[in-house]
Design a protein around this ligand. Structure first.
Ligand SMILES: [Zn+2]
Length: 103
């Protein structure tokens, strides 16, 4: 069984999405420094506190380019990351961004 989710945030390390079984939980999936809109599949291991796997993760214009920081059970937005990620996102859209591993 596959579950479809919509990413709430993305940064150059992770894609953040809410668990379909417990909306208070946020799971992460590697973003590979790619902030562009796309669909990602996460089939592998179970993630920590819950049983979800086989996720189809949608990244779109509704996905904020921002880092989420975990503080206890809750997650908050890192406003500091917003400017930097906005710039990287724009550079990627203009195809002017080179990933760290390709430098
Ligand atoms: Zn889950």
């Amino acid at each position: 069984m596959e579950y479809e989710v919509y990413a709430i945030a993305i940064d150059d390390t992770y894609i953040y999405y809410r668990c379909p079984f417990d909306l208070r939980l946020i799971h992460t999936h590697g973003s590979d420094e790619d902030l562009l809109n796309r669909v990602e599949f996460r089939s592998g291991h179970q993630s920590g506190d819950c049983k979800c796997k086989n996720m189809k993760i949608n990244i779109g214009d509704y996905t904020e380019r921002i880092t989420l920081i975990k503080g206890g059970y809750y997650w908050k937005k890192s406003l500091k990351s917003k400017k930097r990620l906005k710039l990287i996102y724009q550079l990627q859209k203009d195809k002017k961004y080179i990933k760290k591993k390709d430098r």
